[in-house]
Write a protein that binds this ligand. Structure first.
Ligand SMILES: [Zn+2]
Length: 144
């Protein structure tokens, strides 16, 4: 009688090979009730590659899903920061007369939750780009 090489899968998600004609036990969780034979092979080589295929892709795909999730989260937070244009905040903090007050910019930054950006930094950047000019200690005007 020829040996039969069986690919067996367990309810726990583990797959393993068996040549036994007797009752099988999951080699991972030990269950004998949750298992079922899903495929028969003619030789041990075919069975062993089927077993590794049955087990490895799940691990890899789990890892991949995690990586993709993390990547998506990073991209999301990045694009959120990008969409709130810092110079837009400067414009929003500017009053009707075109005066930008440092205190109102501080308030805007807090309102927008942009706690990692300081008003000094933003104003400094805008000054360097020639967008703002200081008119007194706490006030800037737009040049463009
Ligand atoms: Zn199991």
């Amino acid at each position: 009688m020829d040996l039969q090489y069986n690919l067996i899968t367990c309810g726990c998600g583990h797959s393993f090979g068996s040549t036994k004609m007797t009752k099988n036990y999951c080699t991972k969780c030990g269950s004998s009730t949750n298992i079922k034979t899903i495929q028969h092979f003619d030789n041990a080589g075919e069975l062993s590659s089927a077993v590794s295929l049955a087990n490895i892709p799940k691990e890899i795909s789990k890892e991949l899903v995690e990586k993709i999730k993390q990547k998506e989260m990073k991209q999301k937070s990045f694009s959120m920061k990008k969409s709130s244009d810092p110079f837009n905040i400067l414009k929003m903090a500017t009053d009707k007369n075109g005066d930008l007050n440092k205190n109102s910019l501080d308030k805007k930054l807090t309102d927008e939750g942009l706690l990692e950006i300081t008003s000094e930094y933003l104003i400094g950047q805008a000054e360097m780009q020639g967008l703002l000019v200081r008119v007194n200690q706490n006030t800037w005007n737009w040049l463009s």
